[in-house]
Structure formats: structure tokens, C-alpha cells
Design a binder for this molecule. Structure first.
Ligand code: AMP
Length: 194
């Protein structure tokens, strides 16, 4: 089963993707994690994208599609994957459909995690506070300013995926404003129906 998880920054995609990975035994393909790993490793790619992530802008379609295409060729994706934070544009969604089709696969369900802006901003603030209290460095793109930018990028570039997947009959919207276990169980029922 191939599943897309999308929603605004801080909606809980990463948390839910990890829980789903455990339940379903499918790999979590997070382009955000892959890009951060490239930055941490100091690779050419990392150097190219560092500033883009820090500003909360989108990395080019070409780069992220290339990363996903490569990742899909690993054997652990043969039975499907959980796409977390990819696609983020219509061009990426179309490319993903083509990549999967070429491998005899398809997206089974696209889950939109719905969370209000106000709650997202509150969550980001408490995440920064918690990390600082633990002596950890918060994510460079979690500052309120960058988060606002990431939100507007989401509405402009990523929210059109709602109509894209609705037209394909694959869209499921889940309320992301309840507790982590509650969101997780709503996702589980949506996945079971798919
Ligand atoms: P995330 O961890 O999913 O919140 O992603 C963090 C940042 O990585 C985003 O704000 C973008 O700068 C970049 N990024 C992650 N996934 C993508 C994608 N599919 N397309 C473009 N940029 C991405």
C-alpha cells in the first residue's frame, strides 16, 4: 500500500507517519528528513538546500522528485511506502503517480491532516520552548516568522493537492486537532478502508 500524508507544517505528519510505519511495516519516506540528513552530512545537495529550508521555502521539484525516485528503487519500498511531506506541489504529485505507475504501483490513499493556523503556531512555540528546556537546538525553520512563511507556502503550493486527490477519489481528511492516539486511530480506520 502506498499512502500520502500531507498537511500544514506542524500538523503532526512526521509523528503519525512514524506510528503508521510501526503498525504497517512500511518505510517512511520523508523528504524533509532526507534533506536535513544531507545538510547534516555537509554534502553538495545539503549545501544547495540549506538556505531554502532555513527560509521555509520549497526545494525545487526536480531535486525532491530525484530523491524520491532513487529511494523508491530500494527493495523495502516493494510493498509500498508512507510518503511524508512529499508531494508538496501538483508537479510532484504527477511525478509520483508516474514513478509508481512505472513500477506497477499506485497511491492507494492520500490523507490530509487538518489543523487550524492558530493551533499550528501555538504548537510550534511550545515545541521550541520544550527543545530549549531540554538543551536541544530547535529546528531552524520553527521560528514563528519562518513558520508563517511555511504556512503561506503550504496554502499556495500544497493545498491544491486536496483537489488533486479528491478528483482521483483518494482523498481522506482527518482532524489533526485531537490527541496523538486519537489522530492515529482515525488514520488507521481510513487506511483499513482503503
Ligand atoms: P518537513 O520536514 O516536511 O516539514 O520539510 C522541511 C523543509 O524541507 C520544507 O520547509 C522544505 O523547505 C523542504 N522540503 C521537504 N519536502 C519537500 C518537498 N516535497 N518539496 C519541496 N521542499 C521540501
Amino acid at each position: 500500500m502506498n499512502l500520502v500524508l500531507f498537511g500544514p507544517p506542524g500538523a503532526g505528519k512526521g509523528t503519525q507517519a512514524k506510528l503508521l510505519t510501526k503498525k504497517r511495516g512500511l518505510p517512511q519516506l520523508s523528504t524533509g528528513d532526507m534533506l536535513r540528513a544531507a545538510i547534516a552530512a555537509g554534502s553538495e545537495l545539503g549545501k544547495r538546500v540549506e538556505g531554502i529550508l532555513a527560509r521555509g521555502e520549497l526545494v525545487s521539484d526536480e531535486i525532491v522528485i530525484g530523491i524520491i525516485a532513487e529511494r523508491l528503487d530500494r527493495p523495502d519500498c516493494a510493498n509500498g511506502a508512507i510518503f511524508d511531506g512529499f508531494p508538496r506541489t501538483i508537479a510532484q504529485a504527477e511525478a509520483l503517480d508516474r514513478l509508481l505507475e512505472g513500477r506497477g504501483l499506485k497511491i492507494n490513499v492520500a490523507i490530509e491532516l487538518k489543523v487550524n493556523d492558530e493551533i499550528l503556531l501555538q504548537r510550534a512555540e511550545s515545541r521550541v520552548k520544550e527543545m530549549k528546556a531540554e538543551g536541544k537546538e530547535p529546528r531552524a525553520d520553527d521560528t514563528p516568522e519562518t513558520l508563517r512563511n511555511r504556512l503561506s507556502v503550504y496554502y499556495k503550493n500544497t493545498a491544491p493537492l486536496i483537489a488533486y486527490y479528491r478528483n482521483q477519489g483518494k482523498l481522506k481528511t482527518v482532524n489533526g486537532m485531537v490527541s496523538i492516539p486519537e489522530v492515529s486511530s482515525s488514520i488507521a480506520s481510513v487506511v483499513n478502508e482503503a
